[in-house]
Design a protein. Sequence first.
Length: 702
Amino acid sequence: MAKMTPGSEELIKSDRIMFKGTEDTMLMKQIQATHAPDGHEINVRFIFQIVEDILTRSGMHAPSSVTSMDIDAHVEQMDDKGRQHSLESVHPIIDRLTGECIEGKDDHQVAALMFNMLSSYSWDAKLVLTLSAFALYNGHLWLLVQTHTSNVLTKSMAMLKGLPRIMEHIDALKLWFDELSKLITTMLDLSRCIVALTELPSSYVTQDMPALSEAMATVPIAVYSTVRGMLTCANQIYFAYRYAASAGDLPTITYKINSIRDHLKKKLDLCYKLIEEKKNVEAYEALSHIFEMVHIDNMKVLRTLIYPKDDLQPLFDGSTKIRDNLEVLRRKNVLLLISSLDISPDELSILEQIYNDSRQYGTRLDNLFEMVWIPIVNQSVQWTEPMQRQFESMQSTMTWYTVHHPSLIDRLVIRFIKERWHFKNKPILVVLDPQGKVVSPNAIHMMWIWGSNAFPFTSLSEEALWMEETWKVELLVNGIDQTILNWIREGKYIFLYGGDDIEWIRRFTTMANSVARDAHIPLEMVYVGKSSRREQVRGAIQAINTGKMGTAWQEPMIWFFWTRLESMLFSKIQLGKADDCDPMMQEIKKLLSYDKSREGWAVFCKGSEVVVNGHGTTVLPTLVEYTDIWKQNVVTIGFDKSFKDHHERLHGIEHPCCRFEFPSIVGSIPESMKCPECLRSMEKHITFICCHDENPATNILD
């Protein structure tokens, strides 16, 4: 780049682009005095696209740095006869302007003459018309450059223009070419901003908005600067014919115009942002309104949620492994399984079992509801091959419908799901009736507790199902372990126990078996683990199986047991009926609290009756003191009554701490809770927890 003079450098430093000097202010007043638009309109966009096409094909500028606008393909539009006819009215003015782009005249004098000629036009029209003149002038030169070696006519014309001499010294003119190209590029970039500003929809941005008013106030300066820059380019090209061109002030002019462009672009981008925000508000309100309307079927709702067009099949049928249309869901109850890609294998396994059971054993359920997986991903993060493999792996395990690809789900729909249905990465199950009405914003808890028996998954059906439940063993193990249900029918004594303290487990199982043998009672024991600390739970399972200390559930069963318990609590909270005085809920809360301690615990049952639900600090001592204290009572009042009475005496002495942990990713969190042991109000804390599990998504309360 040619070295700038100190005066040029000072000019750049002092005015910082916006033509604030006294002389420039006077010049601008002179130019603005010519501005008297009469409402006459021209097709600014179309003319500007032609200008761009000419300057692009001439090779005089680099690709645009403005990314806020998309420039249409011009060739097809230029073949439009209607558009060509619209240019006829401006041909004379363009011809007159082109005649001024020569002979090295004073730039401001020529600019003033041009603005006088264009006084009745708007600022954007003035801009594109003068650019049209320059494009013709510049395009004529480069047409000769590009064709003079292959066309006799243009070769002769090129000779008259002196092009052969320019081509001989092309290397010496490289700096000039580069600087001229930069200036033309910058002028086009600024022009795009100006044209874009005038095209902003008035329904979204108005002149009283600061971003637009500040931008429009700069437009006259921007147009004048572009015209001056264009005239400088024309003069430079004129002198190039005589091998007298120099980069001269081109860098300074480019810098000035570029800075005006940057200023306008910031304002333009802010306007775009405001427009986008307003459009999003409108679209979000329209989307929300769809869910408030009454529909004859569910298709409008499903199209809004999944995919609105007919150009592709948005569903993938997990049973047939082929794609399908939304029509297969018309007038059916639809369960929307909404989750991230991190849904756990345990969740998928149990959900698949429940779904398949509903298909196999349900009388008409398979005709009444369908399930669709809607994967929610962060669309601001680039989609990668590992993510695709993870998605396909999950999709392949599902026997129900899935959305063909996460990209089909619109960003606005994701926002709606998060804000209206409180999705926070943990899976939710939204239920739509045949008319598309949301009958449950999250039936996942119902699904875990009662499976397909919860159909139609409404709040009323949820309340009705709770009315039928009592505090019995069946509530804890239904759908998990058929063997325990058989033991219940046989009237056996059963210990369900958990924790991950292997030493406590050994002492407890040894003592329980010893007491059962002495009391001659049929006792079965089942280890149900913990909701977290999987490595420790695996160690406990291995120790139990190796030491033949009883039955130990496998990990999916353990996960389902704790998930069902947690769902029972959340179901009650969701219904607004997590009553601290409800005996059944108090027992469920006890179990959830035991799970958060490091010690063991046990539920002692006789048949379906829950005799004792106790912490390890009281259950184990009860067994230990069997021989010395309460054995003699077994003959008179029975083993179960004797065990319960002695446990209650110990329980009155020993009260372990109770705690509940609600992660931020679940939906409703109660403002307060009472302790299930002593009924005092519990203290509320905020905690950060890591249990080092390889799949933390499997835990709901940890």
